[in-house]
Design a protein around this ligand. Sequence first.
Ligand code: KG4
Ligand code: ZN
Length: 335
Amino acid sequence: MKDVYILGIESSCDETSISIVKNGYIEIATTISTQMDTHALYGGVVPEIASRMHTENITLVLEDLLNKTNMNISQVDAIAVTYAPGLLGSLLVGIEFAKTLSLVYNKPLIAVHHISGHIFANNLVKKIEYPTIALIVSGGHTELVKMTSDYDFEVLGTTLDDAIGECFDKVARVLDLKYPGGPNIERLAKLGKNNYRLPIPMNNNELNFSFSGLKSSVINLVHNELQRGNKINKEDLACSFQTIAIDELIRKTHLAIKQTGIKRLIVAGGVSANSYLRDKLEELSKELNVDLSIPPLKYCTDNATMIACAAYPLYLKGEFTNLELNGKSQEYFLK
Ligand code: KG4
Ligand code: ZN
């Protein structure tokens, strides 16, 4: 079969990224321009600044990418872009750019859901085999999903309130940690001990998650201690929170594997960059003799490589979109 080259574009949050991937799993080259330092000045992503910076950066990102390859755009087979979810203004910068390339170079346009991108990043490690369990842990999603083929998703469990990444970010805020919260909690947790007693979320045998109770108890604990004039051991609190939150992900993943009998596990989303989670998943996979795939760190955080990977099965199915494609700030990835 002829090789398929897809140019992927990602601009849903604070990273402008473009990548070319061959046959859905071979990265030719990727460029990522991050705005993290700018948004850190404000304690979080400022949507207006994000979209302006995407606009300023996107052509430079493309130029840099093409300089790393000996390819030009006329040699790619399709243009793929993240259409949801994310900051609308940011998404639209990538979408309009993708539409322009599609029109000028007469290439099919493929709309990719950001979370599908995180899932199909696993193909960069090893071709996903089915059936598999997928643990999806991001700023907006916490899900255990059964996949029987590409884009065939069955939700086994989901969060009833906050997503795990959102919870990390909110706890980081109350601990006065800088944006982005998740990696900073992880850094602090490495210096602390699991000394604080926090409530175990959803202590039952269902596959759903709930993190808002845990989040609130950390926030209340901090406020109460401050009101009493007591000092908080931030390292210990970060460690205690991280332990209980991640252990809950592990416990439910264990249950999903036991309940389905599926011996394959893929992991997706920004929180999969967390080293405590990665270590615990390694342990779990050894204990249950499960084939585990977690993308390397550089593919866990936002990038366009994963978008080009996720576009490949859609390309093979001929699932193209047209120039009416619009951004959607919120859309569930399951059809
Ligand atoms: O998957 P992602 O890009 O989010 C969405 O697409 O929604 O992941 C971003 C989330 C943020 O909540 C961030 O704090 C969290 O992933 N995150 C981490 C780590 N790195 C990123 N959380 C815990 N530990 C990390 N090392
Ligand atoms: Zn993401």
